[in-house]
Ligand binder design. Structure first.
Ligand code: PLP
Length: 408
């Protein structure tokens, strides 16, 4: 198959995007036409190695054959039922996801933000109905630098002015403390002990720049929550499902939270699927009519997610992430400290912070060299290649990365 280079067409498409879509993103100048595995092909035929992987929604790469087959099978059977009726993918999906998580119950939604909203509602209701928290006084502790989504309630406890400013009035009931700071968390528990229903934590902060907390932090959160009978809610929407070399990032410290929030990769890069996964005692507080979603747990979503779960059960993707992630971190760690001031992360997930370079400028240079990545903040780039990436492709991408930062 030959590609004809037709830049005018890509330019025209970008023009339409610029004119008719809201400018809530600032995309790199690449217009994707098709994709397979770790590679995307742009309008005009240029190929790029995808080292962002849809912010981890594409852990299994683009159009993984097993996932496409599962989706196609389900497209021929039933796609949407609504939760007014049960369907034959729903119970098995919930049972299999609970099994993967070592938990008892699942509440499926669509986007990550909806899973977070679900957890906020469930934690509050749990606090009022089983924990004696005075009505409408529940406190949920969150961390500075958090990213949990874009709804009005979630941005109410963001510390990013872009995410938050001008979107008030803000939802009350959240206290934010510095990430990784157990003393500050302990102080928050002392100040609000009888009203804290949950701590909402990213085991590694993705959007903040792939920030790994100090050793002992997650275990400390676990023990403070247990001591105060508050729920430890792990937002593993970006860190979970193989990204860090284990199924969950909490595993690094042997920590089991009271609830996992999952999204992104759960939908196999095909359809939005998110979930809160927890115990009967916690999710059991919801009764019919108290929460829901028209699309949550639909047959197509469940069929794709069941295949994702089956793939994760093999352990193959976690193992690849751990093995290739070690190589990636070794290569990035070899860059001169005068250019790269820090490399953080775990598995096939890295936050690379530059001493002086601008992240956006490096991403533009990378794109020109055939690699897609995205800055998180001014001088930090996140690398999160698909877990299916071939070893040779990873080496090639890292060599281009070196070229891009050293030639700057
Ligand atoms: C992406 C993300 C979310 C929000 O997910 P959406 O599907 O974009 O709503 C929540 N939490 C974390 C940690 C995320 O990375």
């Amino acid at each position: 198959m030959t590609h004809t280079v037709d830049l005018s067409s890509a330019t025209e498409l970008s023009g339409l995007t610029g004119e008719y879509s809201a400018h809530n993103y600032h995309p790199l100048p690449v217009v994707v036409a098709s994709a397979e595995g770790s590679w995307v092909t742009a309008v005009g035929g240029q190929r790029y190695l995808d080292m962002l992987a849809g912010y981890s929604a594409l852990n299994f790469g683009h159009r993984h054959p097993r996932l496409i087959a599962a989706a196609t099978r389900q497209l021929g059977r039933a796609t949407l039922v609504s939760r007014a009726f049960d369907h034959d993918q729903f119970g098995p999906f919930c049972a299999e996801l609970a099994g993967l998580c070592g938990m008892e119950m699942v509440l499926p939604m669509n986007t990550g933000a909806e899973a977070v909203e679900t957890a906020i509602k469930v934690a509050r209701k749990w606090g009022y109905t089983t924990h004696g928290v005075p009505h409408d006084e529940a406190v949920i502790v969150v961390f500075d630098g958090n990213f949990h989504g874009r709804t009005t309630t979630i941005v109410s406890f963001s510390s990013d002015p872009d995410a938050k400013d001008d979107f008030g009035p803000y939802t009350p009931g959240f206290v934010s403390v510095p990430y990784g700071d157990l003393a500050a968390l302990t102080a928050a528990f002392d100040a609000h002990r009888d009203r804290i229903v949950a701590v909402l934590v990213e085991p590694i902060q993705g959007e903040a720049g792939v920030v790994v907390p100090p050793p002992g932090f997650l275990a400390g959160v676990r023990s403070l929550c247990s001591g105060a009978r508050a729920l430890m809610i792990a937002d593993e929407i970006q860190s979970g499902l193989g990204r860090v070399g284990t199924t969950f990032a909490c595993e690094a410290e042997g920590v089991v939270p009271d609830a996992y929030l999952l999204g992104k990769a759960l939908g196999g890069g095909i359809i939005p699927v998110s979930a809160m996964v927890s115990s009967r005692a916690v999710l059991g507080v919801l009764k019919p009519g108290q929460h829901g979603s028209t699309f949550g747990g639909n047959p197509l979503a469940c069929a794709v997610a069941r295949e994702v779960i089956a793939m994760l059960r093999t352990g193959e993707y976690q193992e690849r992430s751990a093995r290739l992630g070690t190589r990636m971190h070794e290569a990035l760690g070899g860059l001169p400290p005068s250019v790269v001031s820090s490399v953080t992360g775990r598995g096939l997930w890295a936050g690379v912070t530059f001493a002086a370079l601008d992240g956006r400028a490096v991403c533009e240079r990378l794109a020109a060299l055939g690699v897609l990545a995205k800055e998180t903040h001014g001088s930090t780039i996140r690398l999160a290649p698909p877990l299916v990436i071939e070893e040779d492709d990873l080496s090639w991408g890292l060599a281009r990365f070196t070229d891009a930062v050293l030639s700057a």
